[in-house]
Design a protein around this ligand. Structure first.
Ligand code: ATP
Length: 199
């Protein structure tokens, strides 16, 4: 599995549609300060489902939408598509090429697609969860992040390892199931009370 291409449109400094083709191996992005190198990395994190504006170096999520320049009006939406080569079947889907798209509008509405089919964020998270590209984005190590990992509390470090090992997905599902069971128990208790009152 490797990243094949990234298309950004209306995302941060990329007003016009721009496609970066990525070859297997190491890719270096070079350019002057402020030219948008980190925005490329932000685009990858965003399309993979990043939900924190701070992780994308913004104040709020809408900050990812092209805000305009002296010569160009702001845009109403941001769109990023990441195409992944899946010839090795690392992603559990019957396609040798998988394109993930995320779109966001100024009113905060978001859309996600897998190979052009609309889906939920959860579908993307589940698709990626066993591939090592997780929700917590450990594949992207930003400036200062390495330091944070080295100084992390043992439980936080355990979360990194669980995510990398694909355990986190099952932990989240278990937590969700427990919450549902708790809510069901409350309903059952209420039902028992009502039945007793009616007797
Ligand atoms: P450095 O080498 O200094 O780290 P860089 O090449 O990584 O810089 P980025 O941080 O990726 O640069 O890009 C910063 C540029 O992106 C700034 O010029 C900023 O104005 C622009 N930018 C960020 N968000 C938006 C947005 N929503 N709309 C328009 N431009 C934006």
């Amino acid at each position: 599995m490797h990243l094949k291409s990234l298309t950004v449109k209306g995302f941060k400094s990329f007003a016009s549609a721009t496609t970066l083709r990525l070859e297997p191996g190491i890719t270096c992005v070079v350019g002057p300060n402020g030219s948008g190198k980190s925005n490329v990395v932000d685009a990858i994190a965003w399309v993979l489902g990043e939900q924190g504006a701070k992780a994308l170096r913004g104040g709020k999520m809408e900050d990812v939408i092209f805000a305009g320049t002296s010569g160009r009006a702001p845009l109403g939406r941001a769109e990023v598509t990441l195409t992944i080569d899946n010839n090795d079947g690392a992603l559990p889907i019957e396609y040798t090429e998988v394109s993930i798209t995320r779109r966001m509008f100024r009113d905060g509405a978001s859309e996600y697609e897998i190979n052009g089919n609309q889906c939920r964020l959860l579908d993307i998270q589940e698709l990626l969860s066993d591939s090592g590209i997780g929700r917590e984005m450990h594949i992207i190590v930003g400036q200062g992040r390495l330091d944070a990992m080295l100084h992390a509390k043992p439980e936080d470090r355990r979360a990194f390892i669980e995510e990398a090992a694909g355990v986190l997905k099952h932990r989240k599902r278990k937590e969700k199931a427990i919450r549902k069971l708790d809510a069901m128990q409350v309903n059952l208790n209420r039902l028992t009370d009502l039945t007793a009152e009616l007797r």
